[in-house]
Design a protein around this ligand. Structure first.
Ligand code: ACM
Length: 269
């Protein structure tokens, strides 16, 4: 299966222009079967306040969703795209899993980073797993990475590939993804954005470095901090299903859940 990411620098507040940039890249480069785009790929990231974000958000199924579905249809691909989701008065930092025949799945970011807490509600639907072409995929968004429970939850549910859309600002995850892939023995496709957003005294510089890591922790595709474009690689998703790390160690069976006392408690002991 070909998987890949589209790394670019979305223009703040211009969903239509960002859709054009995405289409332009897709016209130039061969699209993989599964393509991951960054977090908040159509709107940009650095919202001044919830009111500004609200004007840019969209209910699922609106015109931007339809545009994304028609892109997936034209190129016959599956896409995971970071999306500013509006539901009534609430905003979610979401990821949409799309195919030419419609929406396959939605994930709402559970772990909000820094001032995202002023804009979004935390995700309220857990970490769902979706099946596409016989492969189980899970969606994560950016800062979810720093809570190992997020990817572990998906791993325990049998996920083969993590489609991880990001707007990373801190410099850690590109290296830490290697550990996440090894400890869960899954593929990770990380689509990070690049560029700088400076607005109203806020300045965010994004760290690029999108990559694909295999279940052995090998980085099989990686780009630089400022590169823009679409990059893909061939993978064997079934490699994620073998959780044996030695003949005598299986990452699922060897978990000692009865010994992990307190790990799910809010208060540290
Ligand atoms: C982030 O979670 N966008 C840093």
């Amino acid at each position: 299966m070909e998987v890949g990411f589209l790394q670019f620098s979305p223009i703040f507040g211009k969903p239509d222009r960002n859709l054009e940039i995405i289409k332009e890249i897709l016209r130039r480069e061969k699209a993989p079967e599964v393509l991951v785009l960054p977090e908040l790929a159509l709107t940009g990231y650095t919202f001044r306040n919830p009111e500004e974000a609200y004007l840019l958000g969209e209910e699922i199924g609106g015109p931007l969703t339809q545009e994304l579905i028609s892109i997936a249809s034209e190129y016959k691909i599956i896409m995971a795209v970071g999306f500013l989701e509006k539901e009534g008065k609430k905003l979610y930092n979401s990821s949409l899993l799309l195919r030419g025949d419609g929406i396959k799945g939605i994930y709402r970011k559970v772990h909000l980073f820094y001032r995202e807490k002023e804009i979004f509600e935390p995700g309220d639907k857990g970490f769902p797993v979706f099946e596409v072409q016989g492969v189980k995929v899970g969606l994560l968004l950016c800062f979810d990475w720093i809570f190992p429970e997020a990817m572990r939850t998906l791993m325990v549910k049998g996920v083969d590939i993590i489609l991880h859309s990001a707007n990373l600002i801190l410099p850690y995850y590109q290296a830490a993804a290697v550990t996440r892939a090894i400890e869960n023995r899954v593929y990770i496709v990380l689509a990070n954005r690049t560029g700088i957003e400076g607005r109203y005294g806020m300045r965010n510089e994004f760290t690029g470095g999108s990559e694909v890591v295999n279940p052995q922790g090998e980085v099989i595709l990686k780009v630089g901090r400022r590169v823009e474009g679409l990059f893909s690689v061939n993978i064997s998703p079934e490699d994620s299903r073998n959780k044996n790390i030695t003949e005598l160690n299986n990452l699922l069976e060897d978990r000692k859940v009865d010994q992990y006392e307190g790990w799910d408690n809010r208060q540290p002991r």
